[in-house]
Design a protein around this ligand. Sequence first.
Ligand SMILES: NC(=O)c1ccc[n+]([C@@H]2O[C@H](COP(=O)([O-])OP(=O)(O)OC[C@H]3O[C@@H](n4cnc5c(N)ncnc54)[C@H](OP(=O)(O)O)[C@@H]3O)[C@@H](O)[C@H]2O)c1
Length: 305
Amino acid sequence: MHENRCIGIVGCGNMGFALAHRLSLYGFTVLMSSRCPDKHNDREFEIASTVECICRSPMIFVALHPEHYINSLISHLEHDPSLFEGKILIDLSNEPLDKSHLNDISNAERLQTAISNAFVVKAFNTISSFAMQSITAGESSNVFVASDHSIAKDKVIILAREMNFDAFNAGSIHVARHLETDTKSLFPQWRIPIIVTFVVLIIWLTYTLCMNYIRTRTTSWNQLFLHMVNEILCPSAITMLAIVFMPSNFACIFQLAYGTRDRRFSKWLDRWLLSRKQLGLLAFAIALGHCIIIIILVSPAYYSS
Ligand SMILES: NC(=O)c1ccc[n+]([C@@H]2O[C@H](COP(=O)([O-])OP(=O)(O)OC[C@H]3O[C@@H](n4cnc5c(N)ncnc54)[C@H](OP(=O)(O)O)[C@@H]3O)[C@@H](O)[C@H]2O)c1
């Protein structure tokens, strides 16, 4: 890294400037590029044309939206096919919101195909511009680096570490497909545990309605809500706890049946085992709700009302 600490950044947007601040904080010289360099009157960083930025920097961050790759980057190949020769292009992009016109190939793979003489590396796309700019941000500092060019990948890993990130080798450029979609999924590991919790609550709601309030109605109407919620939460918490502990027992049974610890569990058991933390936290939340309602129900103030 030390032979040339000039890093190029194509695109003067949120991520471009966040990167520039971070890089300059860790001692790098930053050369930014914009469609209109004169438009930005930022005196902190040098802003040049895209061609000049690419010529002067061995490593270039592409801080553009992927739909602008052709007009801002690839179009320069027409005038100078060797412009990107040996350059490391770090693709930061995530999957565009409107992907109706795109096939399954990732932005990084598309960029590598279009500029075949450059070394395209997918990295930093899981870091927000806020976390990029602030060294004290509580967000994850994991940078996953994927590329088909091992030397370029190693250089980007070293750069990420010098920028005080935890960098990991994520494999080939093919992995970019997962990295680009990962940031778009909201609470990816929580979806199934939340569905399971709703199913458990609905089952116990149906049971409670049938057993207590349709056949025999013993509770006064003004106390019906809390009583009913309590009767649902209590068995739901116990059921959830059973769901949390059950997969470990299944795992033991499978290991005994296989006669080895080294064979992988089937997919459904693997996912169930990996969801135990989320299921446990949801079980805790239900049990907490049950405890709070119990405290309200046994308080003299509730009955006197
Ligand atoms: N923001 C984040 O937190 C974040 C996090 C991870 C990854 N990313 C990725 O980083 C990339 C940039 O995101 P951003 O938030 O910095 O976007 P942005 O603020 O909208 O900036 C994008 C830059 O692209 C250039 N641009 C805009 N319209 C263009 C056009 N029609 N043709 C050519 N260039 C155009 C502009 O630079 P000039 O006007 O200077 O040319 C603009 O500043 C995206 O691919 C995004 O997925 C962003």
